[in-house]
Design a protein around this ligand. Sequence first.
Ligand code: ADP
Ligand code: ADP
Length: 219
Amino acid sequence: MRMTLLGAPGAGKGTQASFITQTFGIPQISTGEMLRAAVKAGTPLGLKAKAIMDAGQLVSDDLMIELVAKRIAEPDCAKGFLLDGFPRTEVQAQALITHGIQLDCVIEINVPDDDIVERMSGRLWHPSSGRVYHRTFNPPKQAGLDDITGEPLVQRADDNEVTVRERLKVYHQQTKPLAAFYQAMAEQPGHPIAFYTIDGTADIDHIRQQILALLQKEA
Ligand code: ADP
Ligand code: ADP
């Protein structure tokens, strides 16, 4: 299973990705997490990415394509992988094709902008694992602490309302058109890719069931 989740920032991609990867035993490739790790480690990529991420803009296609192509070439991706946050532009989607990386399934999680702003203001993040929670919709067992390690949860620097609105603007301009791109591809006779759009406003468990039902059909 080689797949990607599309959706606005905060649509629930990371939350659902962790269920899918556990169920199918495939690695989750979250480009946002990879970039945040690079920022924390102070690598050349991290130094280039930090200001761009803080401004709610996209890191350059060239850097992202190199990062993802290298990751997918690692042995643990041989049986499949789940991309979370990639592709985000048509150039990135085309690059998967030119690198010979064929996706089997694309699922778009749809959430209106106003819900996104509310979700982001309550998102809590565990920096060393990337696990996400929500103060109201998916609270940790103990307030402010990661369920597994007990370490403190934080709010991401880019999860403030001004940056979230900027990220939504970028999403509508550059990423949303990928839904039509993959839908058109899936409609080509004989093309192996499947494309689905689901309503991301339902509760987390309901969406998980829906995604698992779609993927069981594909597997
Ligand atoms: P969210 O989960 O809110 O959608 P991510 O964690 O996926 O955010 O990404 C955080 C930031 O990292 C983005 O706002 C962007 O600056 C950068 N980023 C992540 N993935 C990509 C990508 N595929 N192309 C360009 N920039 C990216
Ligand atoms: P993305 O990876 O698309 O940026 P996340 O998975 O990090 O999104 O989810 C964004 C925030 O919304 C998190 O705080 C998460 O707990 C919460 N969330 C995810 N799915 C739902 C849902 N279906 N209903 C309400 N809140 C959700």
